[in-house]
Design a binder for this molecule. Structure first.
Ligand code: IMP
Length: 422
C-alpha cells in the first residue's frame, strides 16, 4: 500500500491537520517525523476542535497506529499532557502510540535558551515559538542531546540530566536567564519517564514491519517548505527539515516507499514570526483574511501575518519536494473579498526555472499580481468543482499551470465534510 507524505507548501499553518484527518481514515499508521511542539495541528472532528502539537493528528481516527519518529524533538511533559487530554475526550491513545527511542528530548533548559537567544537577538529576533525546538536540535547536532531511550534507565537518566543540566544552566546563567532547578525537574521527569516507558520502541523497525505487511502509512509533515532549515527563507526558518527528505530521515522509511507526495497550501498565504513575506497585506485585506480565516497561531496564539497566494513560491515548494498533487485549503476564506489576487511572477526575477527569489533577495522582491473578480457566499454546501465560483476555479487552474501538478483536494470549510475530491 506504500507511503503517502503530506507536506506544507508555505510557512506552516496550511491546514494540514484537517487533510491528515480526512486521509487517516484509510491508513494503518500515521507518523510525525520532524519538528516538535512548535507545530499546532488544528482538527475539527465530529464538531469538536482539537489542537495537537506532538501526537500525530491522524490518531483521531480510531484504530490508526501513531508513531513519533526519530526526527521529532519530544517534550515528555507535553506528550503526556496531550495523551491525557485526548483520552479524557474519549480517544484511546496509549495503546496505539509509539515513540522512537532515537527521538531527542526537549527539556526545560531548551525553552529558556530559546527565549534567551531571542532576547539577545533584539530587533533581529526570529519570532520563534519559544518551545525550545532550535536549542534541542542544536544539542542533537552537537552530539550532546538526551534521547527518549534514556528514559528507559532511571539511573542513567538521573546522571545524564544532572550532567547536561549543569552545563546548560551555566550557559543560561551567562546569558542572564533563569536556570533550571534540577532536583525539581527530576521530581517531575522520573514519573513522566515511567508513564512513557511502555511507548518507547524502535519505530524504524515498527515502520518497516508495517511496510512488509503491505500496510498504508501517512507521513505527517509539520511546519512547511518555506520554513525548511535548508530550503526555506533562512534565517527565518525552523530548525528541522520540513522537506520530504526530512520526513524520510526522521522516520527511517526508504525513499522508494513513497507513492504520493501531497503538498498542502492555503488559497492565500500566512506567516507567523519574522521574515520576508512579499505578498503580505498589512492593511484591511490582511485584517479581513485574518478575521475570516481565524488566523491566530495554534501554538502561541499570535496573530498571523496574512496576504495573497504566491505562485512562484508554491512552484518552488512543489518542485523541490517532488509534490505529486496539491490539497488547497481554506478556499472559503476568500469569499467576500472584492478582488481575488495572486502573485504570478516576480518583477526583475532572474531568468530561472522556478522564478522564486532566494532568501537574500526576497525582502526587496516585488511580486507581479493577477486579479480576478471576487466572489461571495458560503461554499459549505458545494460538493462539485464545477459548481464553485468561476474565479476560484480560475485560481485552481492557475496553480495547476504554474506547478504542473493537479489540485486533487479542495477544502471549502472547516469540517470533515467540506472537501471536494477531484
Ligand atoms: P521555531 O520553530 O519555534 O524555532 O520558530 C522558527 C520559525 O518557525 C518562527 O517563525 C515560527 O513562528 C515558525 N514556526 C514554527 N512552527 C510553526 C508552525 O507549526 N506553523 C507556523 N509557523 C511555525
Amino acid at each position: 500500500m506504500g507511503v503517502t507524505a503530506l507536506i506544507g507548501l508555505q510557512w506552516g499553518d496550511e491546514g494540514k491537520g484537517k487533510i491528515v484527518d480526512v486521509l487517516a481514515r484509510s491508513m494503518h499508521v500515521v507518523v510525525r517525523a520532524q519538528g516538535g511542539a512548535n507545530a499546532g495541528h488544528t482538527v475539527i472532528a465530529d464538531g469538536v476542535k482539537y489542537v495537537l502539537h506532538l501526537i500525530p493528528s491522524g490518531m483521531l481516527s480510531p484504530g490508526v497506529r501513531g508513531v513519533i519518529g526519530n526526527g521529532v524533538v519530544v517534550d515528555p511533559f507535553q506528550v503526556l499532557k496531550e495523551i491525557e487530554a485526548l483520552e479524557a475526550a474519549g480517544h484511546e491513545i496509549s495503546g496505539r502510540l509509539a515513540i522512537s527511542g532515537r527521538a531527542h528530548l526537549v527539556l526545560p533548559w531548551h525553552g529558556l535558551l530559546d527565549s534567551a537567544l531571542e532576547t539577545e537577538r533584539g530587533e533581529f529576533s526570529l519570532g520563534t515559538t519559544r518551545r525550545g525546538i532550535g536549542p534541542a536540535y542544536m544539542d542533537k547536532t552537537a552530539r550532546d542531546g538526551i534521547r527518549a531511550c534514556e528514559l528507559l534507565d532511571e539511573v542513567r537518566l538521573v546522571r545524564t540530566v544532572r550532567e547536561t543540566g549543569m552545563r546548560r544552566n551555566r550557559m543560561l546563567a551567562a546569558m542572564g536567564s533563569p536556570v533550571v532547578p534540577l532536583d525539581e525537574l527530576l521530581d517531575r521527569l522520573l514519573p513522566a519517564a515511567q508513564s512513557l516507558r511502555g511507548l518507547i520502541v524502535d519505530t524504524v523497525d515498527l515502520l518497516h514491519g508495517a511496510l512488509a505487511r503491505g500496510q498504508s502509512i501517512l507521513l505527517e509533515g509539520a511546519q512547511g517548505a518555506l520554513l525548511d532549515l535548508d530550503l526555506g527563507t533562512y534565517p527565518f526558518v525552523t530548525s528541522s527539515n520540513c522537506h520530504l527528505g526530512g520526513l524520510l530521515a526522521g522516520s527511517g522509511l526508504p525513499p522508494a516507499s513513497i507513492e504520493r507526495v501531497i503538498g498542502v497550501s492555503k488559497a492565500y498565504a500566512t506567516r507567523v514570526g519574522s521574515g520576508p513575506f512579499p505578498t503580505e497585506e498589512a492593511g484591511p485585506v490582511g485584517d479581513a483574511l485574518r478575521k475570516r480565516g481565524g488566523e491566530f497561531g495554534a501554538t502561541t496564539g499570535r496573530p498571523r501575518r496574512c496576504g495573497w497566494l504566491d505562485l512562484p513560491a508554491l512552484r518552488f515548494a512543489v518542485a523541490t519536494n517532488g509534490v505529486t498533487e496539491i490539497a488547497l485549503t481554506k478556499s472559503d476564506v476568500l469569499s467576500g473579498q472584492p478582488v481575488l489576487r495572486f502573485a504570478c511572477s516576480y518583477k526583475d526575477a532572474a531568468d530561472g526555472a522556478l522564478g522564486f527569489p532566494p532568501p537574500e533577495l526576497l525582502g526587496e522582491a516585488s511580486p507581479v499580481y493577477t486579479d480576478l473578480p471576487g466572489f461571495d457566499g458560503d461554499l459549505g454546501g458545494v460538493d462539485r468543482f464545477q459548481s464553485l465560483p468561476v474565479s476560484l476555479r480560475s485560481l485552481v487552474e492557475a496553480i495547476e499551470q504554474a506547478c504542473r501538478v493537479p489540485v486533487s483536494i479542495l477544502s471549502t470549510g472547516p469540517g470533515r465534510e467540506h472537501v471536494i475530491w477531484r
